[in-house]
Design a protein around this ligand. Structure first.
Ligand code: PCA
Length: 213
């Protein structure tokens, strides 16, 4: 199995992005799984074209896009990407789209095709907090998740894909108060468990994942 794992570059005034820090440390192989890594710019639309370029090159079976969600308390596979760009801050090339559809002809949303409950279970099994997130926001991470699933759908590709948001690293919160953070080792083990889950669960499993509003 070939897995493409992407991680965003730093944005929003941070000097690092835990997503890119983690992918740098991933091995090139876990058991029979070949891992391909790609740094992606935190730039609307460009994140999608850089990723689809790599998809054409390596033809992966699975794509896991990873991004920072500062303030989250666990590793969170995203359930859904929505067809909107709505930025509260500029991206790394000063774009700040407001309320603009990603694809005028695309569906309102795409569900992740990764085994999100299986991912949560495998990460929990190694003693690391993980839970499903029901929103990837409306910034570049949602843009990439939607763009990749839209590309797969429009080209009828047999690729499973989705997004995982991860919390800050400890060094990012030294001067912030009351914000959750993880060690690089914990994030790395969590992402490895997520990759293994994608190999183990071709279809998703039953695992409590609901949320009461
Ligand atoms: N997180 C941002 C974009 C890049 C990243 O790592 C987001 O959640 O949209």
């Amino acid at each position: 199995m070939k897995v493409l794992v992407t991680g965003f570059d730093p944005f929003g005034g941070e000097s690092i992005n835990p997503a890119f820090e983690v992918i740098k440390k991933l091995p090139n192989k876990i058991e029979n799984i070949q891992i391909f890594k790609l740094e992606v710019p935190t730039v609307f639309q460009k994140a999608i074209s850089v990723t689809t370029g790599k998809i054409k090159e390596i033809e992966p079976d699975v794509i896991i896009n990873i991004g920072q969600a500062g303030g989250r308390y666990s590793i969170t596979p995203e359930r859904i990407a929505i067809n909107i760009n709505d930025a509260s801050i500029s991206d790394n090339e000063s774009n700040q789209p407001k309320n603009i559809p990603i694809d005028n002809n695309g569906p309102a949303a795409y569900f992740s095709t990764l085994p999100i409950r299986g991912i949560v279970k495998e990460i929990n099994n190694i003693g690391v907090p993980a839970s499903i997130s029901n929103t990837a926001g409306t910034y570049v991470c949602n843009n990439l998740m939607y763009g990749v699933l839209n590309y797969i759908n429009k080209n009828n590709l047999n690729i499973r894909a989705g997004f995982i948001h991860i919390p800050y690293l400890h060094e990012q919160v030294v001067n912030k108060r009351n914000i959750a953070s993880f060690s690089i080792e914990t994030l790395l083990e969590g992402i490895k468990a997520a990759i293994i889950a994608c190999e183990k669960y071709k279809l998703d499993i039953d695992y409590i994942s609901g949320e009461i509003c």
